[in-house]
Design a protein around this ligand. Sequence first.
Ligand code: FES
Ligand code: FES
Length: 158
Amino acid sequence: MPDEIVLTLTVNGDKHRRLIPASRTLLDFLREDLGLTGSKHGCDVGDCGACTVRVGGVPRLACITLAAEVDGEEVQTIEGIGAAEAPLVAAFDKHVASQCGYCTPGIILSLSHLFEQDPAADDAAIRETLGSNICRCTGYTKILAAAREVAARGGQTR
Ligand code: FES
Ligand code: FES
């Protein structure tokens, strides 16, 4: 493996081309090289979901993904959400589903993918999705309420 690679990545619609260490994780690239700190360091071993981003539309744990692995891909972080995710964000606000907020970016991106795939996702699907994202504050009740409300309206996140 070379020590450095030239990475080409589109992040939230902006194309970047950078020389980076081959060992750089996607999470460190996003946070430290691009200054996009919405994706969080939690466990850093793939267990908590705080670092979840979307790569080619699919949720991915940025802490255990080398930036080199996603060369040429399109990445969405929480900084890149927009009108498509607005109903989800509004439901989180309404139900106070974000407390300390540390888990929230990852959860929003995981749920936005779910509702894109299944706009009227049932409780089982919502719970399965949330199983990838640990929240230590809310007990999940408020997050579930927000997600259920979006599902009841047929998703509307994309
Ligand atoms: S920080 Fe990536 S899964 Fe926990
Ligand atoms: S709101 Fe604090 S960890 Fe989820």
